[in-house]
Design a protein. Structure first.
Lengths: 117, 256
């Protein structure tokens, strides 16, 4: 085992916190005294309380699902946006076709077209 | 030159030691220093490392005393030995909470007088909630309670008023009014001991507020000037009074 040299009295003795208030002169410091001295006795239990969420996890997941679609539309190129808008205006049956038409065209655009001899 | 044989450290706990005394530590520390033997039985060897506190220095087989005073020992946490000495002059030590007086503002940095050989520096960003635009309102002559973050003999000491998690936890500018005075370092440590009688007896007298700095400075504030001065006089005198005299003095005051 090693011997550690230490120049501070704080690590050797068990000293209380230097700021004190008595008989309610400064209520904030009295609260601090209790907090600091209980920290010394017990081991530090910091950050146990999680912030209470305003929105529950399930609702957050649901909203996020729909959110991804909405934000994704924002980054479509102009032609695709027009196609989507027409689809939205049409009835629901055609929406799927429109969508399916849009997607293969997207895929086709992305793939490298070999020159046809 | 006769080589002095050291005495066992445990025998001298609570007794006066002088500089130059050699304290021998129990055998298992030496064995571990020589060869790294694995201890299969967790019987006698204390776990953890020995803390060699202020006033002691490591030297070969044992500890060499460098200051005169009483030898103290703490058995918990691997054990610690230190010398309880008396002095008035403070030497900055890392981690100590001290009261400093602002002497100058140099651009972004304040110079504080902490009673050491050099003025300490304190950056304006080292306060809770301070940003480049939101500067703390510190004037020359203010009192500041902070802790040392750098304090060795080669560099200028630096202070901060926040702890490692970014909270101020009581540090920062000490408010208006009140009285600042200086006592010896030994008294401060006595007052900061858990369950100090002096503090308990004083707290029964009047409502007041007190800040103790490890550099020997105490700041007291009570409701009236007279009460403040009474507390100051008791604190200054209690170093040289016995417990009985102190209780008599306090009884007289509470009777008034």
């Amino acid at each position: 085992s090693c011997i550690i040299e230490e120049r501070s009295f704080l690590r050797c003795e068990d000293l209380v916190y230097g700021r004190m208030s008595f008989k309610g002169f400064n209520p904030e410091i009295e609260k601090l005294m209790i907090q600091m001295n209980s920290k010394c006795k017990e081991e530090k239990i910091e950050e146990d309380d999680k912030m209470e969420a305003d929105v529950s996890d399930e609702e957050m997941a649901r909203r996020y699902e729909t959110l991804v679609g909405t934000i994704g539309k924002k980054f479509l190129r102009k032609r695709d946006q027009r196609v989507l808008k027409d689809d939205d205006e049409d009835e629901d049956d055609e929406v799927e076709e429109g969508n399916s038409n849009a997607r293969p065209s997207k895929r086709a655009k992305k793939m490298f077209l070999k020159p046809q001899d | 030159m006769a080589a002095e044989r050291g005495m066992a450290a445990e025998a001298l706990v609570g007794q006066v030691v002088l500089p130059g005394d050699l304290l021998l530590l129990p055998a298992h520390y030496d064995e571990d220093a020589e060869g790294e033997r694995l201890r299969l039985s967790a019987g006698t060897a204390p776990q953890g490392r020995l803390l060699c506190g202020p006033g002691l220095r490591r030297s070969g087989a044992g500890l060499l005393v460098t200051k005169c005073g009483l030898l103290r020992h703490r058995p918990g946490g691997g054990g610690a030995y230190w010398v309880d000495s008396q002095q008035k002059r403070y030497v900055p030590v890392k981690g100590d909470h001290v009261i400093g007086i602002v002497t100058a503002k140099a651009g972004d940095v304040f110079r504080l007088d902490v009673g050491g050989s050099e003025p300490a520096s304190l950056s304006y960003l080292a306060f809770e909630g301070a940003t480049k635009r939101n500067r703390p309102n510190v004037q020359v002559g203010d009192l500041i309670y902070g802790q040392f973050v750098v304090a060795n003999k080669d560099m200028e000491p630096e202070m901060v008023c926040i702890d490692s998690s970014g909270k101020s936890s009581g540090m920062g500018i000490i408010g208006q009014d009140g009285f600042l005075f200086k006592v010896s370092l030994g008294l401060i440590r006595k007052l900061l001991a858990p369950k100090c009688e002096i503090i308990q007896e004083l707290s029964q007298l009047y409502p007041f507020e007190m800040v103790l700095g490890m550099n020997g400075r105490i700041w007291v504030k009570a409701k009236t000037v007279q009460q403040t001065l009474i507390v100051v006089n008791i604190l200054e005198a209690c170093e040289h009074m016995t417990a009985q005299q102190r209780k008599q003095a306090l009884a007289k005051l509470s009777g008034n």
